[in-house]
Design a binder for this molecule. Structure first.
Ligand SMILES: Nc1nc2c(c(=O)[nH]1)N[C@H]1C(S)=C(S)[C@@H](COP(=O)(O)O)O[C@H]1N2
Ligand SMILES: [Mo]
Length: 198
C-alpha cells in the first residue's frame, strides 16, 4: 500500500469512533439537547465558559459566563413538578401549567446564595426580565414544561415558560389581565445569576 493510500484508510477507519466522541456538549444523545442554562454565580457547574463561536444565541443576547449548569428536558422532567391554574392574558381562559420551581433549579446549580442576588430570565426572542432571588421565591416562579397536560411547543409558549400565578400576588391581581404576565418570559432558555456586591 502506498503512503497516501495507507493514510486514507487509517483516517477512514478512525472516522467512526471519532465522530461518536465528537457529540457537542458531551451530553448523551438520549438525554436530548440542553433547554436551560443557568449561568453566573453557580457553585455546581457542569460546563465551562461561554464559547462566543458556538454559543451563538447567548453570545448575541450579551450573556457572558465562566461556568454554568445546563438542564435537558429529561433533567427537568425528573424533578418534582408544581401545578398552577392561572387565567392567561392571551385567551382569558384558565389553564394548567406544570413544571419544577425555578428556586429548585437554582439550588441544584448552587446559585443565588444571597437573597439579594439578581436573576436575569432570558427568552429566545431576547426578552429579558430581572428579579431579585427573594422576589422570585415569593412569587413561586416555575419553569413550566406543560400546558393542560401537553408539552409546551417551541414556536408557542415553550419549550419552557418562566411563569407564576399573578392571582396569588395582590399587586398583580389588581392589574388588568393584559398586564399581569409582563414578567413571565415564554421561550425561556437562559437564567443568569449575579450575586449582590458587598
Ligand atoms: N419571550 C417573551 N415573553 C414575553 C413577552 C415577549 O415579548 N417575549 N412579552 C411580555 C409582556 S410585556 C406581556 S404583557 C405578556 C404578553 O405579551 P404580548 O402581549 O406582547 O404577547 O408576555 C410577556 N412575556
Ligand atoms: Mo406587556
Amino acid at each position: 500500500m502506498d503512503k497516501r493510500r495507507f493514510l486514507h484508510t487509517a483516517l477512514a477507519s478512525a472516522a467512526l469512533p471519532g465522530a461518536a466522541l465528537a457529540a457537542p456538549g458531551k451530553i448523551p444523545a438520549a438525554a436530548g439537547p440542553t433547554l436551560l442554562t443557568i449561568s453566573g454565580e453557580v457553585a455546581h457547574p457542569n460546563r465551562g465558559r461561554l464559547d462566543p463561536a458556538l454559543d451563538q444565541l447567548m453570545s448575541k443576547h450579551g450573556v457572558h459566563f465562566d461556568k454554568a449548569r445546563s438542564f435537558t428536558y429529561a433533567d427537568l422532567a425528573a424533578l418534582p413538578a408544581v401545578e398552577l391554574r392561572p387565567t392567561l392574558e392571551y385567551d382569558a381562559k384558565p389553564h394548567a401549567l406544570r413544571g419544577p420551581l425555578l428556586s429548585r433549579l437554582l439550588d441544584i446549580a448552587g446559585a443565588g446564595r444571597s437573597a439579594r442576588a439578581t436573576v436575569g430570565l432570558r427568552a429566545l426572542d431576547g426578552y429579558n426580565v430581572e428579579l431579585s432571588l427573594a422576589e422570585l421565591r415569593r412569587r413561586a416562579l416555575i419553569v413550566a414544561t406543560h400546558i393542560d397536560g401537553a408539552p409546551l411547543p417551541l414556536g408557542g409558549l415553550g419549550p419552557l415558560w418562566a411563569v407564576f400565578d399573578p392571582a396569588m400576588l395582590p399587586e398583580l391581581a389588581a392589574r388588568p389581565l393584559p398586564e399581569r404576565f409582563a414578567q413571565c418570559p415564554w421561550g425561556l432558555y437562559s437564567v443568569h445569576v449575579v450575586e449582590a456586591a458587598g
